[in-house]
Design a protein around this ligand. Structure first.
Ligand SMILES: Cc1cc2nc3c(=O)[nH]c(=O)nc-3n(C[C@H](O)[C@H](O)[C@H](O)COP(=O)(O)OP(=O)(O)OC[C@H]3O[C@@H](n4cnc5c(N)ncnc54)[C@H](O)[C@@H]3O)c2cc1C
Length: 420
């Protein structure tokens, strides 16, 4: 197994041409990564995370990790076209895709944008190499879509901060080393102005992680409790009381990643491992290939995939050139949710009764179609709900009037909350 890190031929700017990079990636992948296996839904567990760290370490040693991250922070300093070429070549191989969201494409991207030089040097190489896994500590038991309403409290004590409160729906917090944690640092100002974002080590004294079992058997969601957790001032990301700016950038990366527009996501989007049963195979196996309604559903899924690919390119380049605001990433996030529903619903219908009462839940066609159906709404909630995406598109992209808010301009301590 080779771990050689050839840099190929550089062009006049010192950058390896995309096509040479692609050929090098093709050869390296064939020699170093096993073919992708079917990954049963709801089956992300400790061994999956351990395996992901090992694979990411291998990709890092081979010189293909962090393609769009700057070299000084452990990346390759290349562009989205290089990442795109790698993703195309990587289809069909086993990849550590669980590390993409939120660890690399959201948390590392946010640190890259808003972290201090010290934070970037300290944390990014660990994420890119797969040594460290990160999670998001945003949502709270008392509020979901209104992220600016968080009540987990951060208080300054000399050089340190003390954190108290709780977060929920924290994907894979049990497997994470660090989290980006949004807290309320100032209760005397309106809700968006009194927030501070922290880097929070999950193994710090005072942190307790509880796992939550879902209807599809998965238990990667966690509730995380903070009891007098002490953090140094150097763990603040962005400015004190300006955590909304950090959260907004983080949410931009989340919507972009969820929508398929992030240059930091490594690996193919429509792979078997990432997206479950091949619907064409399922229709053939169940003898329904001649059924016109099944054919219509297969066509709908295919159309959504093709449109999604084009939409990602179109919106991505419009955001990059400034033609569209970064808030337009909500269009990608919304469309991706619609695409997921179309695909999961079609799989469920084609699998028929076997999706519920079939021989095995692990069966990549039938049982998996049933399991994925149970979690299909995750695609329209995780990363912010599609209703909120619609609000953002109407208010921030199309310039329509803002939704009424009773708490606008009111000091957070005076805002009525849950029974107050
Ligand atoms: C798969 C998945 C992964 C997740 N991972 C994480 C994670 O790692 N870290 C983390 O912190 N959180 C995570 N979450 C939580 C997620 O971000 C929240 O679930 C989401 O923000 C919505 O919050 P809620 O479910 O509490 O819905 P609520 O806020 O209770 O809203 C209920 C419904 O009302 C709608 N609604 C609310 N306000 C408005 C409004 N003003 N206009 C229109 N509609 C409105 C919502 O859109 C939603 O459909 C995850 C959730 C899922 C499903």
């Amino acid at each position: 197994m080779s771990t050689a890190t050839s840099t190929g031929t550089a062009d006049a700017t010192g950058t390896e041409p995309v096509e040479e990079f692609r050929l090098r990636a093709r050869a390296w992948l064939a020699e170093n990564l096993p073919p992708a296996a079917d990954t049963p839904a709801g089956n992300i567990d400790d061994d999956v995370w351990l395996r992901a760290r090992v694979l990411q370490g291998r990709i890092h040693a081979g010189g293909f990790a962090g393609i769009c991250f700057p070299k000084e922070y452990g990346g390759l300093g290349l562009g989205p076209d290089h990442q795109h070429a790698f993703n195309e070549e990587a289809a069909g191989y086993e990849l550590p895709i669980v590390l993409n969201v939120p660890s690399v494409a959201i948390c590392a991207a946010t640190i890259l944008d808003l972290g201090t030089e010290e934070q970037k040097k300290q944390y990014l190489p660990g994420i890119i190499s797969g040594r460290d896994v990160w999670c998001q500590l945003l949502s709270e038991p008392g509020g979901g879509s209104d992220l600016a309403g968080v009540i987990t409290k951060s208080e300054r004590n000399g050089e340190d901060w003390t954190i108290n409160g709780s977060k929920v729906w924290s994907s894979a917090a049990y497997a994470a080393d660090y989290g980006l944690c949004l807290t309320r640092s100032n209760w005397d100002v309106p809700k968006h102005s009194g927030l501070t974002m922290f880097i929070l080590p999950l193994k710090a004294p005072g942190v307790t992680v509880h796992r939550i079992k879902l209807v599809n058997g998965a238990n990667e969601f966690c509730q995380v409790f903070f009891d007098d957790v002490r953090l140094p001032a150097g763990n603040v990301v962005g400015a004190v009381d300006d955590g909304w700016a950090t959260a907004s950038q983080q949410l931009f990366h989340e919507r972009n990643a969820m929508g398929g527009g992030s240059p930091y996501v490594s690996g193919p989007r429509f792979s078997k491992a990432a997206h479950g049963p091949n619907l064409l195979e399922l229709a053939r196996e169940t003898g329904q290939l001649g059924d016109t309604s099944v054919r219509d559903q297969l066509a709908d899924v295919r159309i959504m995939q093709v449109v999604s690919k084009q939409l990602v390119r179109r919106i991505g380049s419009a955001i990059a050139t400034g033609e569209l605001t970064p808030q337009a990433s909500s269009i990608l996030r919304l469309f991706e949710a619609e695409r997921t529903w179309t695909e999961y619903d079609a799989a469920f219908r084609i699998a028929g009764a076997n999706a519920v009462a079939g021989p095995s839940l692990q069966d990549p066609g039938h049982g998996q179609a049933g399991l994925r159906y149970l979690s299909r709404q995750a695609g329209s909630l995780g990363g912010g709900s599609t209703e909120i995406a619609r609000n953002i598109i109407s208010e921030r992209v199309l310039g329509m009037p803002r939704e009424a808010a009773a708490d606008r301009g009111v000091a957070f301590k005076d805002v009525k909350r849950g029974g107050a």
